[in-house]
Design a protein around this ligand. Sequence first.
Ligand SMILES: O=C1C[C@@](O)(C(=O)O)C[C@@H](O)[C@@H]1O
Length: 162
Amino acid sequence: MSRRILLINGPNLNLLGKREPHIYGSTTLEDIETQARQQAHELGVEIDTFQSNHEGAIVDRIQETAGWGPNVRETDTPGKRVSAIIINAGALTHTSVAVRDALAAVAIPFVELHVSNVHARETFRAHSYLSDKAVAVICGMGAYGYSAAIEFAAQHLKIEGE
Ligand SMILES: O=C1C[C@@](O)(C(=O)O)C[C@@H](O)[C@@H]1O
């Protein structure tokens, strides 16, 4: 089974490049995902990307990684199963027990990612429902954080004997 990473971006991250560029930079999500696919290929891992502005859709997508949830087809083969998740949950980071519970349910190692340094912003952004369950937390690196997360996930997968 090939090693597969799922990159999830949450609400408003579809606006990267346009949204508050002084905070989030000018790189678009399309560019980030394109770079992620190129980097994954070079690292010899598979990558799926998903972005939604909707909490339930993100929960459904996380459940799918374990072959569960409303969108899983019986024909899905184990070869498509995910070995690591990278998630920038956006504002859901600070609010969503549902996303936390979905990640705990599938028990797949995950990296929490933020483009901005959430600890240098409004106090509410310093709280995460995900961080204590994450293998690693990356924040403040801008779009490069995605590259760092993919490199780490790929190396972690190797450590796991993937
Ligand atoms: O939407 C986002 C983006 C973010 O996750 C980041 O990538 O810096 C930080 C969150 O606080 C914010 O709600």
